[in-house]
Design a protein around this ligand. Structure first.
Ligand SMILES: Nc1ncnc2c1ncn2[C@@H]1O[C@H](COP(=O)(O)OP(=O)(O)OP(=O)(O)O)[C@@H](O)[C@H]1O
Ligand SMILES: [Mg+2]
Length: 256
């Protein structure tokens, strides 16, 4: 229509109107989702809900790390940095209690309630449906609430009856994060929680993380996730060196 002079104005008007309509839709959708997602208030706990002392791990003759100490205070924010294979996932598995250290121990503090997001989603039961996975994470939460949270993670209708094993990478990520949202964890252990997420879902999660008042131990190669967390400290693996966060570490996040 643009080629013909008499139709040009009509075509331009139509395009303008379509653009306006679409941009409005996008805004409504985004704010709708963002407003819904929030981690619940963390369960009360003591001053230092999680402590680890002298943790070491080797596989055969390969030492992953040795002598790592860590104290997670209530509401504190720590980022774990290290190259692929440095032992970040191994450390989080130990803190979550799913792997035994060779030496040292993980000491739960008063009232500790861990929410663990596993990098490979091994906390999900692949045989059970989306809804069943959610119910087992929060047996006391009512079904209406569970469905509402699943809806805000974009699971609706028949989606909730799929076995977790058939879900795509991004869907598994969303389900595992939704399971954290129904728990009232006071220490979140997050192992690369923004991998596989589309930009809109990633923004939602980062927004929720920003608002969360409990403690967070975050492993990530995503600078945006570190920005959202505003960490106080970092732990560098495999050395286990602890330092205060400084912007100079930001460059290391995407490299490590
Ligand atoms: N069960 C196992 N048997 C043997 N080696 C293992 C086992 N589990 C982990 N490893 C090795 O331990 C090292 C640390 O693994 P880990 O998954 O903790 O690294 P990571 O820092 O999380 O890496 P990435 O950034 O790739 O996620 C790796 O070299 C890995 O191959
Ligand atoms: Mg890992």
């Amino acid at each position: 229509m643009r080629a013909k002079a008499t139709k040009t104005v009509a075509a331009q008007n139509m395009a303008r109107r379509a653009e306006k309509l679409l941009s409005g839709l996008e805004q409504v959708r985004q704010s709708d989702k963002v407003a819904k997602l929030r981690f619940p208030d963390p369960a009360p706990c003591g001053k230092t809900p999680l402590t680890a002392a002298d943790l070491s791990k080797s596989y055969g003759s390969l030492e992953i790390f040795a002598g790592v100490d860590l104290a997670i205070d209530r509401g504190s924010r720590v980022v774990v940095l290290g190259l692929n294979g440095a032992g970040k996932t191994t450390l989080l598995r130990m803190l979550a209690g799913v792997e035994k250290p060779d030496t040292g121990e993980v000491i739960p503090g008063h009232g500790l309630k861990i929410g663990y997001y596993a990098q490979e989603h091994e906390t999900l039961d692949p045989e059970r449906t989306v809804l069943e996975n959610m119910r087992s994470s929060a047996p006391d939460t009512d079904l209406v609430q569970i469905r509402k949270i699943l809806g805000s993670f974009l699971f609706s209708g028949d989606d909730v009856d799929k076995p977790a094993g058939v879900l795509s990478g991004g869907e598994k990520t969303r389900l595992a994060l939704a399971s954290l949202v129904v728990s009232s964890a006071n220490v979140l252990l997050l192992d690369e929680p923004t991998n596989n997420l589309d930009p809109a879902s990633r923004e939602e999660i980062l927004g929720a993380l920003r608002e969360f008042s409990g403690a967070v131990v975050l492993v990530t190669h995503d600078e945006g996730a570190v920005d959202a967390l505003q960490p106080e400290r970092i732990i560098l693996l495999p050395d286990g060196v602890e330092d205060l966060w400084s912007p100079a570490y930001a460059d290391l996040v995407s490299l490590a």
